[in-house]
Design a binder for this molecule. Structure first.
Ligand SMILES: NC(=O)c1ccc[n+]([C@@H]2O[C@H](COP(=O)([O-])OP(=O)(O)OC[C@H]3O[C@@H](n4cnc5c(N)ncnc54)[C@H](OP(=O)(O)O)[C@@H]3O)[C@@H](O)[C@H]2O)c1
Length: 350
């Protein structure tokens, strides 16, 4: 586990980029000494020593009746990381697939999360996720948001709480100490703990809190070319915290609004490479050094999102890195928590 005293927590180096296109990185090795050609990263190493797949599978908004099929398609396509959460109301359906799969448990990585109204009952919430997923352990357990809500009054209200009404006597540092306790309690229910949606301000607050000894293995946040979060990335890299990009495709399209897929630079690279705009966005993320967890309930897109990624050239990276500056920063997932959670956002972030 990543303890605060540990100093050697730097991220592994990102594989150097090459100018020639390369596809089907999933089967590629991390480095190839015979060809001396850089390959697409297939995994990143966490501060626990565990490996997290570079491209995982998101499950938010995979509706009842869809989520199980989507996960089956993801396994068949070769995904070996599922990003889950009780908030998504589909862990039980995903659990049916996990109970039936022939993929050995040691060969896939599962993340689940602790929802905000469960901060005071973390252990029970974890047990519920494990029961629903049909698992003895999860590889990674994340605090979903850095805000504590009072428990929902009835089960139907779970996830629909008023996010602006907070628990005044319990904050995310209390929750993290409890997650640390569970990590070490000998039950083996979680292999690593981490956070999500933490800004630099909240990360510093967590890391300097009395009694906190474990450095989060992961901070899962929205990361895409219009929201590269350089300051957050620098802090995470310095503290040995791996970043996972959620919403790497900009999330579900909103009627009347443009998407990341519409950005001219993204389209041009996709056209030149003969891949989808999604592959351009995902390849950029992996080249930046973070794991990406695209969601799809469309089996064709699911397969292509894993299969057709490539190592972007320096020129392609320069163009994609320039997008936030030219098009302006944009955050697609911005719920109102009634308090600042996105401390690092530029004032112009749309
Ligand atoms: N920690 C957090 O607070 C947090 C927040 C948000 C998300 N997440 C996690 O991150 C995962 C991914 O984020 P997300 O689901 O918000 O968004 P996303 O993966 O960026 O985008 C998903 C949307 O893109 C579409 N899509 C997928 N592949 C595509 C392709 N090749 N071409 C065009 N469109 C494509 C999907 O539609 P189809 O399904 O119809 O293909 C869906 O509408 C989530 O599922 C969840 O596991 C975590």
């Amino acid at each position: 586990m990543g303890v605060l005293e540990a100093t050697d927590l730097a991220l592994p180096p990102i594989a150097p980029r090459r100018r020639q296109p390369q596809t089907n990185g999933v089967k590629a090795t991390v480095t190839s000494s015979t060809t001396k050609q850089p390959s697409l990263r297939t995994h990143f190493t966490l501060n626990t020593g565990a490996q997290i797949p570079a491209v995982g599978f998101g499950t938010w908004k995979a509706a009842p009746g869809e989520a199980g099929r989507a996960v089956e398609a993801a396994f068949a396509a070769g995904y070996r990381h599922l990003d889950c959460a009780p908030l998504y109301h589909n862990e039980a359906e995903i659990g049916q697939v996990l109970r039936a799969t022939s993929v050995p448990r040691g060969e896939y990585f599962v993340t689940t999360k602790l929802w905000s109204s469960d901060h005071r009952r973390a252990s029970q919430a974890l047990d519920k996720s494990l029961r629903d997923l049909g698992l003895e352990y999860v590889d990674l357990w994340l605090m979903h948001w850095p805000v504590t809500l009072p428990p929902a009054s009835e089960p139907e209200g779970y996830g629909k709480e008023d996010r602006t009404v907070h628990d005044p006597e319990w904050d995310f540092r209390d929750t993290w100490r409890e997650m640390e306790r569970i990590l070490r309690d000998g039950s083996g229910r979680v292999r690593a703990i981490g956070v999500a949606n933490f800004s630099t301000v909240n990360l510093e607050k967590l890391l300097s809190a009395p009694g906190v000894t474990v450095v989060p293995a992961v901070n899962q946040t929205e990361l895409q070319p219009l929201l590269p979060q350089d300051k957050l990335h620098a802090l995470c890299a310095a503290r040995g915290i791996h970043q996972t990009a959620f919403g790497p495709l900009g999330g579900a399209p909103v009627e009347g609004s443009t998407t990341l897929h519409d950005e001219a630079v993204v389209r041009e690279i996709a056209k030149a490479r003969g891949v989808s705009t999604a592959n351009v966005l995902l390849s950029w993320g992996v080249a930046k050094g973070w794991s990406v967890i695209p969601k799809s309930v469309n089996p064709g897109r699911t397969a292509a999102n894993l299969r057709d990624n490539f190592v972007p050239s320096d020129e392609e990276m320069r163009k994609l890195d320039g997008l936030a500056g030219s098009a302006g920063p944009r955050r697609f997932n911005r719920p109102n928590w009634g308090t600042t959670v996105f401390h690092d956002d530029d004032v112009n972030t749309k």
